[in-house]
Design a protein around this ligand. Structure first.
Ligand SMILES: CC(=O)N[C@H]1[C@@H](OP(=O)(O)OP(=O)(O)OC[C@H]2O[C@@H](n3ccc(=O)[nH]c3=O)[C@H](O)[C@@H]2O)O[C@H](CO)[C@@H](O)[C@@H]1O
Ligand SMILES: C=C(OP(=O)(O)O)C(=O)O
Length: 423
């Protein structure tokens, strides 16, 4: 079992390199599987557990994949896919497994989903995905524990999403890209990662209009070509390093930490006292004065990202006053509050609203990451706490943050990653 150990009190200074985006690279691996010839090269790929699982899953269905981790480069040869089955033991470990379905439908005519993983955040349905496939002509059998989807050729159709689902949009765009005829997807997601995936698909030969408008039109083509593509920077990884600088009162330079994709999170952090200075392509982050309390409502992009809500809760514990957080995307994303309260925080949760009373003095203790973002939020809490914080289920942090300990150490933080002796 992986565990993180953090000794608090150090002020962070120096340079951090922001990784490539987890939520862009996973659909890009799914997109690479649509190309029936040649090799796809993805650059700026983060060495995270989710990418390792995606590599294993792609191999399980017959693709040849090489992950050159030190070069942050993934090479995918999907010329022969051999199995429509997404095996449970891999697929259950990450949400991105669901992004392999369009390639299986187009290449093999069926997909068998033995399980889908991802962060445990309450209900996480896939009905928008399945309804979309059905409208494109697929038959979806959801009656068993194992889901079977069959498609003898997909045909373009008008589609909609009840809410602008991130992976839902990516999946329906990929399904429509090789369908015959035209598909219009109404209420499509606007997240920058979705746009980066559409950019890659367009370079592969897909005909997609309207990305970033909420109405995406896809004219189906007969084939897609393997391309080389550089994954955009991870705005969630950047947000964490911004908050690490702010809560320790330090100053860090973020390489790849552009403000361009932060949406409302940028303005909320500024209201809390975070100062940004763009120096060409490097972003300097520091704090002016004490941390101020904040009101945050999570929303789809450009609203405040739900994935930054947990780290923000840690920052709010240190603010001089009461902060209010309203979580609108996931119904089970407040397990963090109980863990922070063990460290001395004063957080009250009622359904999907949290009231964070600050400032408190956090004390290091043993805590548990319930999901990826609560895990990284506990690392941040550890940086600000007196004494040592031990965070179990470190695998969840490694799902989405590459080389966290060395990157934090380079800034002067006392963060260690260890494998627990019990295994
Ligand atoms: C791999 C990946 O990209 N993960 C991201 C993606 O997850 P993911 O794509 O799973 O999140 P969605 O945008 O689909 O989910 C948003 C909301 O819609 C609901 N919903 C979604 C699909 C569906 O078919 N039916 C349904 O009811 C979900 O339960 C949730 O309440 O977007 C989330 C919201 O920005 C992020 O937190 C995740 O980091
Ligand atoms: C919810 C998250 O990821 P996933 O959708 O991969 O579980 C996340 O990145 O916080």
């Amino acid at each position: 079992m992986v565990r993180y150990r953090v000794r608090g009190g150090n002020v962070l200074r120096g340079t951090a390199f922001i990784q490539g985006a987890k939520n862009a690279v996973l659909p890009m691996i799914g997109a690479a599987l649509l190309a029936s010839e040649g090799r796809t090269v993805l650059r700026n790929v983060p060495a995270i557990e989710d990418v390792r699982r995606a590599t294993e899953l792609a191999e399980a269905i017959g693709a040849k994949v090489q992950f050159h981790e030190s070069e942050r480069t993934l090479v995918i040869d999907a010329s022969r896919l051999t199995s429509p089955v997404l095996p449970a033991e891999i697929a259950r470990r990450f949400r991105g497994s669901v992004l392999f379905v369009p390639a299986l439908l187009h290449r093999l005519g069926e997909a068998v989903i033995e399980g889908v993983g991802g962060c445990n955040l309450g209900s996480r349905n896939l009905d928008f995905h399945y309804n979309g496939y059905k409208r494109l002509g697929a038959i979806v059998n959801e009656e068993e524990r194992v889901i079977h989807i069959k498609a003898a050729g997909l045909t373009g159709a008008p589609l909609y999403l009840d809410t602008p689902s991130h992976t839902g949009t990516e999946n329906l765009v990929m399904a429509a890209a090789l369908a015959s005829g035209t598909t219009v997807i109404e209420n499509a997601a606007l997240e920058p990662e979705v746009l980066d995936v559409i950019h890659m698909l367009t370079r592969m030969g897909a005909r997609i209009r309207g990305a970033g408008t909420g109405f995406v039109t896809v004219e189906g083509v007969n084939e897609l070509t393997a391309v080389e593509h550089t994954v955009m920077p991870d705005r969630l990884d950047a947000g964490v390093f911004m908050m690490a600088a702010a809560l320790t009162g330090g100053s860090v330079n973020l390489v790849g930490g552009s403000l361009e994709y932060l949406g409302v999170a940028r303005w909320k952090l500024e209201q809390m006292g975070v100062v940004f200075e763009d120096e060409g392509a490097v972003l300097q982050v520091s704090r002016a004065g004490p941390i101020r309390p904040i009101n945050v409502i999570t929303d789809t992009y450009p609203g405040f990202a739900t994935d930054l809500q947990s780290p923000l809760m840690t920052l709010a514990c240190l603010a001089g006053g009461t902060s209010y957080i309203h979580e609108r995307i996931f119904d089970g994303r407040f397990a963090l509050a109980g863990e922070l309260n063990k460290m001395g925080a004063n957080i009250e949760v009622t359904e999907n609203r949290a009231v964070v009373h600050g400032p408190v003095k956090l004390r290091g203790t043993r805590v548990t990451a319930h999901d990826l973002r609560s895990g990284i939020a506990l690392v941040l809490a550890g940086l600000a706490a007196e004494g040592e914080t031990t965070i179990d289920t470190g695998y969840l942090i490694d799902r989405g943050h590459a080389d966290l300990a060395p990157r934090m150490q380079a800034l002067g933080a006392d963060v260690e990653r260890e494998i627990s002796p019990s295994e």
